[in-house]
Write a protein that binds this ligand. Sequence first.
Ligand code: ZN
Length: 315
Amino acid sequence: MSELRKNPFSGEWVVTATHRQDRTFFPPDDFCPLCPTKAGGTPTEIPFDRYDIAVFENKFPSFATPAPEGMASDRFFEALPASGVCEVVCYSQDHAATFADLGMERVRQLCEVWQERYVDLIGREVVEYVFIFENKGREIGVTLTHPHGQIYGYPFVPPVPAARLAMERAHFRERGASLAEAWLDAELADGRRIVFREKGYVAVVPFFARYPYEVHLVPERPLTDLSQFDQSDLNGLANALERIAKTYDKLFGFSLPYMMGFHQHPDPATRCVAQFTPLHRASNKLKYLAGSEAHCGVFIVDALPEVSAAALRNA
Ligand SMILES: [Zn+2]
């Protein structure tokens, strides 16, 4: 059962999803619920013996439509049923593949699938915000190694995107131009944190990065969300995604775990940015959230973005 619980101090919602405790936890290699169903074998989530890309609703969702029964609300115990959508996107039928070695054609197909799913979900009554993301690697807590990502259709705009949108809207009102454009111009003029600029996309370790190897992929055209991408924009996005994934693996010498997610919204003030957040600060060291980060939201970063951007450029 899923439920939204409100923190009256922060105004933020927490999703309880106790059924997720029972979700598949590192199944043996001979059974993967995201592999194609083999003739005569145990049925997986995908009832086909082969596929390119597969999308289905999460069997252990944090949100669902219609919403499961929630508990009654009270002055201090405000709760709502967690309505919304959770989808799983399998990138390949190849269990051992990673994003970096999918090949350009598949990454391009994936961008089209994301676009199609985004347009469908953002148009739904119950959905206020669509988040396309990938959690990759055991260090991130991923229970299934099969290459896949997820899409959440939240029934509210989550606090991090809401804060981002508020800043973007304020900038747009005051200056009549997008914050992303002004920031991108400043990053390009400085140049030290640019990883690459290619096919209408800029990869940058932001001046304000919270993680040493955090990279943002920013389109040079003012695209607010995937619904605005034409064929050439999708090509540019696919190229940038593949290139940064390969660059990470080359620099670290192994398939680098990361969180990847899109900032996007149908709002003229915003721009569609794909963000990669690896937890590694060196090949054998992870960045953990400790007291300052977890309780105060103030990140202490061990490395300068200028230095990690140079390392990524050289890789
Ligand atoms: Zn698999």
